[in-house]
Design a protein around this ligand. Structure first.
Ligand SMILES: O=C[C@H](O)[C@H](O)[C@H](O)COP(=O)(O)O
Length: 238
């Protein structure tokens, strides 16, 4: 038995480094957001430089855009490159069959758009993110500011239809002000504990006026690379 005991951050780093195996010269790469994705961006910048790779990258947030440029990656927009080869991104929870909750960092909208535009989405995470069922992490839901209170009420009502019960709270920033996304929207975090029917709830939320996007990523990820405390990386498939 290994006596290695990597920290969560090191687990994220080894998962990110393992994802480099998916990158080949000439690829168009979607870059996720968050602390795990940041490890990937840094590792990718190093690999591109060391191996002289020509990569074109589409970031999923302003923060990732800035980091990618800092590490020397070539950055463009999805409008310029509407089809990507692979996106590598983190997750807040990884449930059965690679179902995900994302959006803890507020980037779920661009992350979902970029993942959908990619032939493959590879999730990278530390082992704490793998869960037997989704919902312990509060579900982020991005809403337009207009009528946000009313949209919140509709969201709560929808939970009753899908066996979900829990409080929603408007996300705030470090100054106690409403958190504003890169798309100038707001985010509700919905503490559910468990989501018995993620597909049903996700579809319903997608149809609610005022909801821009929700953090359930279902049927989107192709594989997940999980960095573990013993310094190994597990690959999860469907
Ligand atoms: O909006 C943020 C993203 O969905 C992140 O990928 C997610 O919150 C995981 O972040 P971290 O890698 O920092 O745990």
């Amino acid at each position: 038995m290994s006596d290695t005991n990597l920290s969560a951050d090191d687990q994220k780093r080894i998962a990110a480094e393992a994802a480099l195996a998916y990158i080949k010269d000439g690829m168009k790469v979607g870059l996720g957001t968050g602390s795990t994705a940041a490890h990937f961006v840094i590792a990718l910048g190093r690999k591109a430089k060391d191996e002289g790779l020509k990569l074109t990258c589409v970031p999923t947030s302003e923060a990732t855009d800035k980091l990618a440029r800092e590490v020397g990656l070539t950055v463009t927009t999805l409008d310029d490159q509407p089809h990507l080869d692979v996106t590598v991104d983190g997750a807040d929870e990884i449930g059965p069959r690679l179902t995900l909750i994302k959006g803890g960092g507020g980037a779920l909208l661009r992350e979902k758009i970029v993942a959908f535009a990619s032939s493959q989405m590879i999730v990278i995470a530390d082992e704490s993110k793998v869960v037997p069922h989704l919902g312990n992490f509060p579900l982020p839901i991005e809403v337009v500011p207009f009528g946000a209170q009313a949209t919140g009420t509709r969201i709560l009502e929808s939970g009753k239809l899908f066996g979900c019960d829990g409080a929603i709270s408007l996300r705030t920033d470090e100054y106690g002000e409403p958190f504003v996304t890169d798309g100038n929207n707001l985010i509700y975090d919905w503490a559910l504990g468990e989501i018995p029917d993620p597909d049903g709830l996700g579809e319903y939320l997608s149809r609610l006026p005022g909801v821009v996007e929700h953090g359930l990523f279902l049927g989107i990820a192709h594989a997940a690379l999980i960095g573990k405390a013993d310094d190994s990386v597990d690959t999860l498939n469907h």
